[in-house]
Structures are given as structure tokens and as C-alpha cells.
Ligand binder design. Sequence first.
Ligand code: NAD
Length: 488
Amino acid sequence: MTAGRVHGLFVGGELVEAASGELRELSEPATGAPLARCALAGEADVDRAVAAARGALDGRWGKTPPPERSRLLHALADAIEAERDALAELETRNTGKPISSTGGEVAGAAEVLRYYASGIASIQGRATPFGSSLLHYSLKEPVGVCAQIVPWNYPILMAGWRLAPALAAGCAVVLKPDPQTPLTALRVAELAAAAGFPAGAVNVLPADGPTTGAYLVSHPGVDKVAFTGSTRTGAEVMRLAAAGIKRLTLELGGKSPNVVFADAPLPEVIPASAWAVYASAGQSCECRSRLLVERSVYDEVVAGVAAAAGRIRAGDPLDPETQLGSLSSRAHRDRVHGFVAAGVEEGAEVVCGGGIPDGPGAFYPATVLASVDNAMTVAQEEIFGPVVSAIPFEDEDDAVRIANDVRYGLFATVWTGDPGRGHRLAQRIRAGQVGVNTPFTARPGIPFGGYKQSGFGRELALETLEAYLETKSVLVGIGARTPNPFGL
Ligand code: NAD
């Protein structure tokens, strides 16, 4: 399936070469070894994929009724589950993430497809009688061609999150993965075709963002844009989409707090707090990268998380025992390390980690920074690596103030032995999700998305379907006589 193979674009139900013939060399982040070559889409390929998507809507896919769409989504989920191990290995080789995580991410992609396969049943219009002369009813129709742009940190999971609601709603998709991590999304498209999705319903174009991605967003044949990525790029995508009044949802960055009160059960909280930041090596939008700790237990919690960081099994991501793999690239690792160096420059103290290890790959150790003030760069900017900034707070009001004092609002976790306080903080923290006494985040059925500059729109919920549907009102005259409003 992988090493040495040349991967095409997926357009109109088949793998094709890029019109330019351009290929991108992919290597394994954990070793630097060559992995594969993949076609790189350009503007002509976008034109072709958008036309294929439109053709699907005008043809067989547009006429596929909801129960059949549901069956197809389940069939794709079956195919993904049947290939779980191979897909997980492909994802691990392409991203450097541990196979212990990518297996779950492959399963998560199948799970979200099944969730929306069932959720199709909720797509319903309504009828409203207006006396004896007028009947109104509404129809739910697919928005049309959706451009879906996803990042490199969870390639197959993000593909699943995007494809499932769009296809459930009856839209056709042009998915643009990051050009460095396109392999599992391309395989999912192949599996979709084999499962019976009509040609053009699912198209996948690995492509560079600022050029081809921007062209896709601006394309007049695209009706809706769903973007997942950084806040900076999200602002640019919003600007481009505005010109065509495109429907838009944005899932952007985060700088999420993990708030620990002194009355919380610290022996459980400390390992869970380490997981909340170091899972996926911190390359997660919902990474709890700010550790806010009540001052009376600050030293104990910081030392505990540093000790837990030291126990994390780091290394070869293909080893099933590994918990912390490689970062996505050496360039990204340098960026992460740059943040740590800037933190030290501003007065933070490195409690553990914080150095680039010798050897191949893009590894970076689990790092704890203490003595951090919330105004520092490391507390304000998304580092997207295994780095937590520990910040003390005095009381509940102070915790809320610091938790909210960032431009992001994606996630927050609160640990406390006082249930009332947990609920109070859930109300006062401005974030799309707040976990109380649990580190866990996204799963189908729980609306996921951001406040503030973390974006807008919600994933993983039935309400997500609305973002892929238009409501059409039909008005029917049912009076006995034909109305003559002008009296002509
Ligand atoms: P990025 O913004 O650099 O890129 C994201 C995607 O956008 C890539 O496919 C890229 O090729 C494309 N792109 C770049 N410029 C573009 C342009 N001008 N027009 C159209 N497309 C363009 O982000 P990244 O570094 O790849 O991903 C990490 C970011 O994603 C983090 O900020 C993370 O928090 C965020 N993220 C958010 C969620 C969420 O659900 N909120 C989930 C995963 C990741």
C-alpha cells in the first residue's frame, strides 16, 4: 500500500495523475526514510474535481435517497474497519504518530461515518398550515459542492469528520488534505468508490494551501467551505470565501486551559493532565497546553506532571508500546523548540524536556515550563508540540480570568472536588467545550467547535448537518378559488 508507491489524486471515482504531472516526495518523519511519492494538485485539477463533484450532484449521487446514503456510509465504515491495521500503519509512517494512537483514529473515522449514517434520519422538513388558503412546507436540500480543507495532525480522523456529515446531507466533496499527509485520505476515497459511492461524490486533492487551496476556496463552483487549521489561515479562508458569499465553517486553533483546584484528587488528576497535553505529542487543537494550578498545590502538581512526562514511553511510533512519537517534521520541531527558547528568554523555567535530542527523525521530549505568566508568548500562542506552560492562580475568579485571557476558546478542563464549582466554571469559561473531572474531548454526539478565534460551527453533532443543508420553503395555495390580490 505504501513504500515507494506513487499515489495519484482521486477525482471522479479514480486515481489520476496531476495535470502538471507534479509529484511530491514524502518521507517518514520518525526516520527521515523515503515513504512514497504523491501527485500534487494544481488549479486545473481543482477545476476537474469541482466539475466531477457537480456532475455527481446532477447525476446519480444527487438522486441517491437518504436510506441508500446511510447504507453507503455504513459500507465505507465497514471497509475502513476491515483495513484498520494497514491504515493505522500508513498513518503512523506518514505522520510520525504512535500506532497506539492512529489505530484509535482510524476507528474514530469509521465511528463518525456510522454516527451520520444514523443521523440521516434527522434530516426532515416541516409543514405549517396557514388557515384554509395556504400550506407551507420546507425541504432540506444539500448545499452542493463542498470544499473541505484539513490539516496534518489527524489526517484520517479529520477526513472522517468532514466527509461524514457532508455525504449524509447529500453534498459532493472535494477534500484537500495537507500535501505532506495525504495518504490515508486518498485510501479512504478509494474505499468509498469500492463501497459504491458514485463517481464524483468524493474527490481528494493533495495540494499546497496558499496556492491551490486558496483557488479551491475561491472557485465559483464551490458552494460551501469547511476549513480546519490555524487561526491565521482561517482568517484568510474567510476573506476568500466572503467574495463568493460561500457557506463557511471554521475549526481553528486553541490554547486550552487545564484548571486544577487544590481540592481535586491529585493522584488521578496529574497523569490525566499529562495525557491532556502530551497525547498526539501536543499536535492537537484541543491540547490542554496551559496548566493552571491553585497556588497551594502548584509545586506538587508541576513536579507530578514532570515526573509523569518522564515516564511517557517515547520512541519508534511503529512500536505498539510507544506513547510519544515523532513530531510531523523537523521544521515543525524547530518551531516548537523556538517557542520553548522564547519562553526561557521571557523568564520561564524548564522543569523537564526542552532540548532537541540527537539522532534521526523529528523527536521532541515531553516538556514542562514553570514560572509562566499568562502574558508570555508560551501562554498565548499555540505551540502545537509536547510543551505545557504551568501558571499558578489564587482563587476561582483568578482561574476564570486567566483561563479566558487568550484569543482562543476551544476547550477547557476543570478538576475539582466541588461539583458546584465545576458547573460554575463550565458556565464562566468561554470555550466550546468544558470537561469537568475528565480529560476526554471529542466523540460523535458531543458538539465540538470553538468560541472566539477558535472558529465557528460545530462538528460531530446532528446540528452539524445543518451546515451542509439549505432550507427551502414551499408555499402552496390550497384555497377553493384562485387568489386575485390586485383585484384585476
Ligand atoms: P494550516 O492552517 O497551516 O493548514 C491547514 C490546511 O489549510 C492545510 O491543508 C493547508 O494546506 C491549507 N491551507 C493553507 N493556506 C491556505 C489558504 N490560503 N487557502 C486554503 N487552504 C490553505 O494549519 P496546520 O498547521 O496544517 O494545522 C494545525 C492547525 O489546525 C492548528 O492551529 C490546530 O489547532 C488546527 N486544528 C483545529 C482543529 C479543530 O477542530 N478546531 C482540529 C485539528 C487542527
